[in-house]
Design a protein around this ligand. Sequence first.
Ligand SMILES: Cc1ncc(COP(=O)(O)O)c(C=O)c1O
Length: 411
Amino acid sequence: MNIEKVDVRDIAKQFGTPVYVYSLRALREAIAEIMPLSPVVRFSMKSCSNAKILKEMLNFGIKIDAVSISEIQRAFKAGYPPKDICLTSDVFFNAEDAEFCLKNQIFCSCGSLGMLEEYGETFQRLGFGSDGVSIRINPGKGSGHNNRTNVGGPASSFGIWHEKLDEALAIAREFDLQLTGMHTHIGSGGDMEHLSRITGKLVEFAKQFPELRVVNFGGGLPYEYHSEKPQVDIGHYQPILEERARELEAHFGRPITCEIEPGRRFVAGCGYLIGEVRSLNHTLDEKKKRLDYVLTNVGFCHLLRPMAYGAYHPIWFVGDELGEETDLIVAGPVCESGDLLTQKNDEPVARKLPLPQRGDLMVIGGTGAYGYVMSSNYNSQPLIPEVMVDGDQVVLIRRRQILDDVIREEV
Ligand SMILES: Cc1ncc(COP(=O)(O)O)c(C=O)c1O
């Protein structure tokens, strides 16, 4: 199996396993698909924050949606100027964060009344910085692959509840702020109908804010993880966004900047995680039905999504003597029953795959978004490397940690 023109076995040989691999060609294809959708496009960098990826985005004129000061600093290091970075959060992680944003001229989207108040108080105390600020609205309904990625509606703590916008206006007045931005993000993987409805709602909310300059419709563009199914056509989003821009201009009598900030759709498809089969195992259930497990060296410390969300990722085995297609449950090395790469609703799910042998490689697809960035040192595992493939070239873009990296801060 190749990623672009490089055999995955060569990557495994050169960098060891597990290893995250990004295809530059696939990344550029995603960029080319997303860029035309909206006049301003941001990359939600939480989905994949490696500097090499950020620089690639920068080269194409994509701006940044950051969720923390650390992400902003990483964007600075990658070369982004402050004017191209927006902070979207529901609280400032730390007490000093509002001051950092005001001093560095970072446009903030506040997802709670408390965060807006904190921004206002800091603005008054410092006596400088931008008086223009955005609020993130919870429009009352969300979308998502599951409850954890649904970040709209009553069960979500994110965004200012749509019936409390008068309170946001009152806070803005109290601190001499102008609510120049409106923002919403209601979850990942919404379909076009949902995106159409929510963007329409945001436009209606936005009309209450006379100082409005920019509306950010969030991320949440769908990505199809099943490699045998066609990819969701996101081209239909463009006319929806154009219509929203027209509605806003008609209401305000001046153009309002429209933005989107996808993460997943930019990077999910360019990422692969290469691991290795370490052993086969099996059990027998009460009816003596055999359950076959493939034990690999990829655990939830490397890829959390299957365990956290029951997320599906395509899996391919690569070996010289792959066996018959068999119902296989693919597991990781972490000693927890939840460490399964094939699962749903906390239950193992067998998948028909050719039976591999110990030492064969496993390639997991769709891992570019919320893959490496959600990995951890659990089980004292050093974080794994990231490499980028460009044609027949492979470059290391993050080295593998060693144990010393894991224990460095211990005192
Ligand atoms: C505020 C905000 N914007 C954008 C995104 C990106 O979403 P997606 O990766 O589904 O496009 C997220 C993801 O959680 C988010 O919280």
